[in-house]
Design a binder for this molecule. Structure first.
Ligand code: GLC
Length: 486
């Protein structure tokens, strides 16, 4: 019998442009689209957060169906909405769970996402789409793999469905109290180290790792790193000794249509690698608009979640009694940062902005157009992450001819090549050791190129711009993997 196209349902707690706190949303906003171009019937399902209400489509006209979801002794109704203007997407609506100002961070998160996982499996009985593969992402969707394997697959309706579980970040594991077993209808026998217990907690991440058919993570280097105690966040033995056979690293891409300096509507002046001279105008207009001195200082940009993962502690290391950040500011540089996150780091950057007016700017918010302006205006892009599963910022930076300075870890290691003056190869600057001193040294090296060897600096920019990090390669690899599973 001729089988139709491979069918894949992406399950994610955030999807761009609908709801986003980090790179996960960008991935799910882009990868399924690419897979569709390659002939897969890829669709997406996510919660319907109240803040999306009628923002992207008039939701009343997109109502599909409703049904009940059973969570232990609780019964909760859910409404399914569907829209395919951007890509075929199902939205699970429950005011009880998703009518809140934020996406996560509530004491009943275990119940909210247990509901989401069960709700998605139940949805399949009500819609006209039975996937071959359910592709889960991060802890919020871990229990789905368990529920499918241990319960739903006993029903022939579900028995052929396979699951992929992608780790976008090992650090967030979804650890909860025993009440989580209750809402998932699991007995105490699941509370063992061989199953989903983790230091006395119920681990949603473990549910995904153990009960999925394949595990992927978002770069080949990170796929190796998570098997080590430095990066494994306590799950390294499980991954390295037991689950290694089903782990694969597939590098993320970025959306080359959205991030394109040639026709980006948000930047001051469009350019390509052939007309890279025009990039300069983006810098001077940016300086003008945001009150920075109008001069040819090297502009250092950061667009990031402001969390400890991103290595901002290195700014406060000292070199001869001076903070690394102050040491950096001794050079003719300017500094701009955009993002939100932990107060400690936000305060640190506020302090620097106060100390270096006209040479630095901080925007403690997230704003896509401004982000793109920063990518286009900056000369170098700083990403000193302690760990980085893939990282999207460095890819966008290279696309905009902005030279990345990164710590050699995870996806940063897989995508940035240290520049070699002799061979003229390389796309940026890398340091290995997690120290402010080495970060400083690499910024200084970039600065020397910028000021004294402009031809080489341009070469690095061009090398980065000509690199291909579009989604096509990744989509092909996922396609191959799915094909081996069905
Ligand atoms: C997480 C990771 C980041 C990765 C993104 C998308 O945000 O921290 O490195 O690029 O997920 O996979």
């Amino acid at each position: 019998m001729e089988r139709g196209p491979l069918k894949c349902l992406f399950v994610s707690s955030e999807v761009a442009p609908f709801a986003k706190t980090g790179g996960l949303a960008d991935v799910i906003g882009a990868l399924p689209k690419k897979l569709r171009e390659q002939g897969i019937d890829a669709r997406v399902v996510m919660p319907y957060y109240s803040k999306m209400q009628n923002q992207f489509f008039d939701h009343d006209s997109h109502f599909l169906t409703s049904y009940d979801v059973y969570l232990g002794w609780r019964v909760q109704g859910v409404g399914i909405y569907y829209d395919d203007t951007i890509m075929p997407t199902y939205f699970l609506k429950s005011d009880t769970y998703f009518s809140r100002p934020e996406l996560y961070g509530y004491q009943d998160d275990y119940e909210r996402f247990a509901f989401f996982c069960k709700g998605v499996l139940e949805m399949l009985r009500h819609i006209d789409f039975i996937p071959d593969i359910i592709h889960c992402n991060d802890w919020q969707t871990g229990p789905l793999c368990l529920l499918l394997k241990e319960m739903y697959s006993k029903d022939t309706f579900f028995s052929k469905i396979k699951t992929v579980y992608t780790i976008h970040n090992m650090k967030y594991q979804g650890l909860f109290g025993k009440e989580a077993l209750n809402v998932l209808d699991l007995g105490n026998d699941y509370m063992t180290p061989e199953k989903i217990e983790y230091h006395g907690a119920v681990s949603y991440m473990k549910a995904g790792l153990l009960y999925s058919d394949k595990i992927t993570t978002v770069s080949p280097t990170y796929a190796e790193e998570i098997k080590t105690c430095e990066y494994g966040c306590g799950l390294d033995r499980l991954l390295g000794d037991k689950l290694y056979y089903k782990i694969q690293g597939i590098l993320n891409g970025i959306d080359y249509e959205v991030y394109n300096p040639q026709n980006d509507p948000y930047i001051y002046k469009n350019y390509t690698w052939r007309s890279i001279k025009r990039k300069q105008e983006n810098k001077s207009k940016f300086q003008e608009e945001y009150g920075l001195e109008q001069k040819d200082s090297m502009l250092i940009g950061i667009v990031s979640r402001i969390t400890d993962q991103k290595g901002f502690d290195l700014m406060k290391d000292t070199i001869e009694d001076m903070w690394v950040m102050d040491e950096i500011m001794q050079m003719d540089v300017q500094f701009v940062i955009l993002g939100t996150g932990e107060k400690e780091y936000e305060d640190m950057f506020k302090h620097f902005a106060y100390k270096y007016p006209k040479r630095s700017n901080i925007f403690l918010t997230f704003n896509e157009p401004l982000a793109q302006k920063i990518y286009a205006a900056s000369d170098v892009f700083l990403m000193p992450s302690l760990f980085e599963p893939c990282g999207l910022g460095q890819l966008i930076a290279m696309r905009y001819g902005t030279v990345p300075i990164v710590r050699k870890t995870g996806g940063l290691k897989d995508t940035v090549i240290h520049y070699n003056m002799q061979t003229k190869e390389g796309t940026g600057f890398e340091f290995e050791e997690c120290s402010g001193y080495w970060m400083y040294k690499k910024i200084e090296e970039a600065y020397t190129y910028y000021k004294e060897y402009p031809d080489h600096f341009k070469q690095i920019q061009l090398n980065g711009m000509k690199k291909g990090f579009a989604w096509d390669d990744a989509a092909k690899k996922y396609y191959e993997m799915y094909s081996t599973m069905i």
